[in-house]
Design a protein around this ligand. Sequence first.
Ligand code: KIV
Length: 262
Amino acid sequence: MQSQITVTKLKKMKEKGEKIVALTAYDYPFAKIVDESGVHMILVGDSLAMVVQGESNTLPVTMDEMIYHTRIVSRVAKNAMVIGDMPFMSYQASKKEAIRNAGRFLKETHATAVKLEGGATVSKTIKAITKADIPVQAHIGLTPQSVHQMGGYRVQRDEERLMADALEVEEAGAFSVVLEGIPAEIAAKITQALTIPTIGIGAGPDCDGQILVVHDLLGLNEGHLPKFVKQYTHLAETARAAVKLYAEEVQSGKFPAPEHCY
Ligand code: KIV
């Protein structure tokens, strides 16, 4: 069995040109499947607000809810690095609050790192958290917590600003950066310019790694899917068919059969 992925191993993977595989997970069964499937990085994303809690954006999820889910995922993960996503308003108000909340992920959930959204505007916060020995993954480009400020989920195309954000979060001490919703060509240039690994989502094939939301990849999310999602299976359909069959068999008396009885 390989040992758990560290920030040093991720940096080496970039240097060797080995692609980093990242995926979200929020609970025991999926974290187990993801961890056992060779994924290097599990993000307990604030996307759980949408795919687990059924909210219309990521803003409502709380620190306590993120801590609850991250603790479950960390308990399962034996190989992958677990990253806790800092929810909206857990790091914006002050550096002190940001450090305390980031610290809760390591202390209370045993995650290895935290992620937070923003570039130059949060670089001082990233610096403060990393100075407290908490590894930080940055997240630039389309940042879902800024949905109202951006006026929707919009692909970000300002190359100069994106490059400046990327360089600034690296300088601030981030060990990795998620590039979301940016043209592939710009993501490739940023990946070349940085020494830390870039993890793309809707940012083309030249990032050092890729991440998706596990519910999207497995076809459990039947709502609107962004262009960058590839559904590798359709679990919602499979699950619905199984539950329908169960309902029919209970009503017809076919289940439970003698082999299910004591
Ligand atoms: O919350 C999340 O799941 C994310 C990833 C999709 C990058 O931020």
